[in-house]
Design a protein around this ligand. Sequence first.
Ligand code: NI
Length: 217
Amino acid sequence: MDRDTVIQKTVTFVKDELFLAEGGHDWWHVYRVWKLARQIARREEVDLFVVEMGALLHDIADSKFHNGDETIGPRKAREFLVSLGVEKEVISHVEKIIAHISFKGAAHRQEFRSAELDVVQDADRLDAIGAIGIARTFNYGGHKGRSIYDPGIPPVQEMTKETYKKNTSPTINHFYEKLLLLKDRMNTRTGKEMAMERHRFMEQYLDRFYAEWEGTE
Ligand code: NI
């Protein structure tokens, strides 16, 4: 099977699998990450096919929607790619990308790296910040029944993987616990440049948010 056909079949598979997904982790999130990853990859020395497959399959079974089980995503991707007859080196690289892409708290150290993972991770992180990031964050908070903001509950910096996953604080805290940290965690030059503008936009948004909260704008 040629690579374009594999990509088309993967698009169909992912759309199908994520049919009922929460709005910030649905097909359209994957679509944006896929496009961003291709854009970043143009300026990097990477295997574009691995980047595209990693981007398309990275949220096929996000552990936060599967009781914290981090093995389902890589396994699902493997089964699907085996069924298409994709080379085994590509399959194991895509599996590793899925297993290591996600942010697990500011104190967590990542064990696997590759140029392809760097690109997909930057694309996924860019979709977590800026205007889209703000929309996704509030959508997820609403999905979890969290309050928008509570001035009495301060954000927790330097969370471990476990406290990060169990965290139930108001949605605004998530900006300090994750979103505002991402611009300094970008891997590629292009990713860093794109993150700066999105970061500035979030800072402006927060200033405006607090001003409106107190009615002082
Ligand atoms: Ni994602």
